[in-house]
Write a protein that binds this ligand. Structure first.
Ligand code: PPS
Length: 291
């Protein structure tokens, strides 16, 4: 696999790489449709899980399409513009399905304005920062279009400083949380809640979307989005993605809450908690580090 690891730079106050900024003129000009559904997350918070869930809710009965297209084509990544892949904007513009399901990792202030003008529904998924950092670390090891991760210790420092692609976890989760307070078209979900009770969270999701599933359809969705089923499904597990090396770490890695306990040292944890308390003082948003 080619070594094409990019460097981070500041883009409008957010750490980014060229793979997410090269096409930004077209991202900003993107024309959303009223029934588009945006799935927004900080990287590694549960994007693929919720994307697959939405895809199953809307198109799960059309199993032929689901079997032949990977999740990153069924739910295109708006700002993505990487080698060997069609830019996200083009993929979306070529879509014929309705509603269009669209993935983004953009912080709220960089979302193209047409999503707000069209009053689109947005599902935001957040994950506790310790597990989020661990998942991001292993992802950066196996994904050659991410910056070099370095060792865990230095990665964790960079995470705390917001020197990650898509910037600071703190700014991201708080920015979207503040926007949600005044925009009822944003549903804010937590990875930990999904793990705790996926049936309940699927119900909340369907209520928000105004979708009513039969018991049979609901069971089909739940089966399809189970961790092991997604891990075994080549259309959901990114095994077809050319820039990832799953022998280093699989994309569908552990899928659990509190795996951070296997990575953080006692002092890393204490320092992280102290920093976390300080930086979350100005928000009503709270996270569960374990369930
Ligand atoms: S990305 O690259 O930003 O789109 O990654 P993202 O999909 O947001 O996050 C990947 C992590 O989500 C876990 N995952 C799941 N957990 C539980 N159940 C299901 N069905 C599921 N699908 C994906 C995946 O394993 C990654 O977490 P880690 O902790 O690394 O295992």
């Amino acid at each position: 696999m080619e070594a094409i690891r990019p460097k981070l730079f500041d883009f409008r106050g957010v750490a980014m790489t060229n793979y997410f900024t090269d096409n930004f003129d077209n991202v900003e000009k993107f024309s959303a449709k009223p029934d588009d559904i945006l799935i927004a997350t900080y990287p590694k918070a549960g994007t693929t899980w919720v994307s697959h869930m939405l895809d199953q809710i809307y198109f799960g009965e059309n199993s032929e399409t689901l079997k032949s297209l990977p999740v990153y084509e069924r739910v295109p990544f708006l700002e993505m513009c990487a080698p060997k892949h069609m830019p996200g904007v083009e993929l979306i513009e070529n879509m014929t399905s309705s509603p269009r399901l669209i993935k983004t990792h953009l912080p709220v202030q960089l979302v193209p304005k047409s999503f707000w003008e069209q009053n689109c529904r947005v599902i935001y998924v957040a994950r506790n920062p310790k597990d989020n950092a661990v998942s991001y670390y292993h992802f950066d090891r196996m994904n050659y279009v991410e910056p070099e991760p370095g060792n865990w210790e230095s990665f964790l420092e960079r995470f705390k400083q917001g020197q990650m692609v898509f910037g600071s976890w703190y700014s991201h989760v708080k920015g979207w949380w503040e926007r949600k307070q005044t925009n009822p078209r944003i549903l804010y979900l937590f990875y930990e809640d999904l793990k705790e009770d996926v049936v309940r969270e699927l119900g909340r999701l369907c209520d928000f979307l105004g979708v009513s599933l039969s018991e049979e359809a609901r069971d089909r969705v739940l089966r399809a989005v189970g961790f092991q089923n997604m891990k075994d499904n080549s259309m959901a597990n990114y095994s077809t993605c050319a820039v990832m090396d799953h022998s280093i770490s699989p994309f569908m890695r552990k899928g659990m809450v509190a795996d951070w306990k296997n990575h953080f040292t006692v002092s890393q944890n204490e320092e992280f908690d102290e920093d976390y308390q300080r930086r979350m003082k100005d928000t009503t948003l709270t996270f569960r580090m374990e369930i």
